[in-house]
Structures are given as structure tokens and as C-alpha cells.
Design a protein around this ligand. Structure first.
Ligand code: SF4
Length: 257
């Protein structure tokens, strides 16, 4: 029996590994699935993928654990630009475009697929460590029902808050928690306002990629969030005027003083 941890770099799955290390639980392999935007650009936020590769993986290796980074054969752009292979848009020359919020194709085809493919190649018995805290009862119930999955957070009674604190204690808390409650791809249609602002402020090159994609012709998903019909251009305008407002207030404040 081998023990494999599915790790996203988030606080709960990182806590799983710390708990294995602290309590001498068996752990043979850690797997991380990296979503790619295109051939060269990670879909993970730059500070998160830096944390993964430069901070967390070296520490886990120091602890004696093997870490494998998995990638799907398809990336975000492959799916964005591909034509549907069936359905009413088949043969129309239209491209898939932005993923559907709530039913994200990227999750299925780029994030989860390499993990599923990896487990298909495993020719030994294994138990999977899943990072789920005790205060996530609905998700935990699913783990309990699955024979070869265990949550070490459940075993050691860890809540999400305790997981956060443990990661902080080990200096293994991803920097994403400074501005977001969760991780995710930088192009995620579920990103909140603060995450979008962060992307625009700190990574204007990535922000521009989204603006450019919305200008593409013949897209089925033709706006960034296809569910709420929110476009990145709308967000750009909103942030632009917010910035101008701050500048104007600064100016008035400066003139008053
Ligand atoms: S983080 Fe968002 S874009 Fe990325 S796989 Fe999950 S739902 Fe899809």
C-alpha cells in the first residue's frame, strides 16, 4: 500500500502534508496538477506557482517526500480556440471561448484529467490523502464513503482556521491568502472583485491577455463570465474610473492642504 497526497498548494492540502510529517504518517508521493494557460504560461497566479516551486516543494523534498507536477496535454488556450466537436454549434466555425462559470471545462479537462490519468497508470494499491477540514462536513462525507481516501485533517481534528495557522507556523502559507479566500486560475470566471483587481494591478500583462481574448471574433463563450455576462472590458472600465476617482480625491486633498 502506498500513500499519495493530492496537493493544490492551498492551506488544507498543505496541512495534510504537514500533519503526515509531524505524526510520521506514511507518505510516498505528493501530486500537484498545474493548469497551464498556454504552452509557456502557468494558469496559477505567479506568486502561487512561485510559492509551489520555490518554497513548498523544496521543503517537502527536504522532509524526504517525492513531489510530481502533473500537466494535461491540453491547456486553457487549446480549449478556448477549439471548435465544438458536436452540438448545434458544430461546423459553424465558432470557437469555444471563455469557460462556463459553474461548469468549467478547464477544471475537467486541464486540472482533474491529469490526476485521473495518473491514477490509471498506478499499478499498486494506494490510499489518497485529501485535504478536507472537519468543518467541511458535506465534502468530508464524500471522502468517508470512498474506500481509498483519507483526510488527515479529519483524523487530527483540524478546522480550516487551524489549517491556516499551521501553514503560517511552518511558513508554508501561499501568498494568495493575502488577498483571496481561495486559490484558482488567474483567468477563473469565479474570481472575486479583489482577485480581479489584484490581477490588473500586479500582472497587467495577464490582464491584457484577457482583454485581448474578449476581442476575438466568433466565440461561443464571448465574455469572461458567461453566467453573469460580466466582461473583462466592463471590469476594466470600472477599475479605470475607480483609479481616476482616487487620483481626483488625492488632488483635491492636496489642493486643500
Ligand atoms: S479555478 Fe476556475 S478556471 Fe480554474 S479550473 Fe477551477 S473553476 Fe476552472
Amino acid at each position: 500500500m502506498k500513500y499519495i497526497a493530492s496537493w493544490s498548494g492551498g492551506k488544507d492540502s498543505t496541512t495534510s502534508i504537514i500533519l503526515a510529517h509531524e505524526h510520521g504518517e506514511p507518505l510516498d508521493l505528493i501530486i500537484f496538477s498545474e493548469v497551464m494557460f498556454d504552452e509557456y504560461t502557468s494558469g496559477e497566479l505567479p506568486e502561487h506557482i512561485n510559492f509551489i516551486k520555490k518554497q513548498a516543494i523544496p521543503r517537502f523534498e527536504e522532509w524526504g517526500y517525492e513531489v510530481k507536477i502533473l500537466r494535461a496535454s491540453l491547456n486553457y488556450m487549446d480549449i478556448f480556440m477549439r471548435e465544438p466537436t458536436r452540438g448545434k454549434r458544430f461546423g459553424t466555425g465558432m470557437k469555444t471561448g471563455f469557460p462556463m462559470a459553474g461548469r468549467c471545462q478547464i477544471n475537467r479537462s486541464v486540472k482533474v484529467k491529469p490526476i485521473k490519468d495518473f491514477f490509471k497508470t498506478v499499478d499498486y494499491e494506494y490510499t489518497q490523502y485529501i485535504g478536507m477540514a472537519v468543518d467541511e462536513p458535506v465534502r468530508l462525507e464524500r471522502v468517508v464513503k470512498t474506500d481509498n481516501q483519507i483526510s488527515l485533517l479529519q483524523k487530527y481534528g483540524y478546522t480550516e482556521k487551524m489549517a491556516f495557522d499551521l501553514c503560517e507556523k511552518y511558513n508554508l502559507l501561499s501568498p494568495i491568502y493575502e488577498f483571496a479566500p481561495r486559490g484558482g486560475c488567474w483567468f477563473c470566471p469565479n474570481a472575486r472583485l479583489a482577485e480581479l483587481k489584484h490581477l490588473r494591478t500586479h500582472y497587467p500583462d495577464l490582464w491584457k491577455k484577457l482583454l485581448d481574448l474578449e476581442n476575438e471574433k466568433n466565440l461561443i463563450g464571448n465574455v469572461w463570465n458567461t453566467l453573469t455576462h460580466t466582461s473583462i472590458h466592463d471590469m476594466e472600465e470600472r477599475f479605470y474610473w475607480e483609479d481616476r476617482q482616487v487620483t481626483l480625491f488625492d488632488y483635491i486633498g492636496g489642493a486643500d492642504s
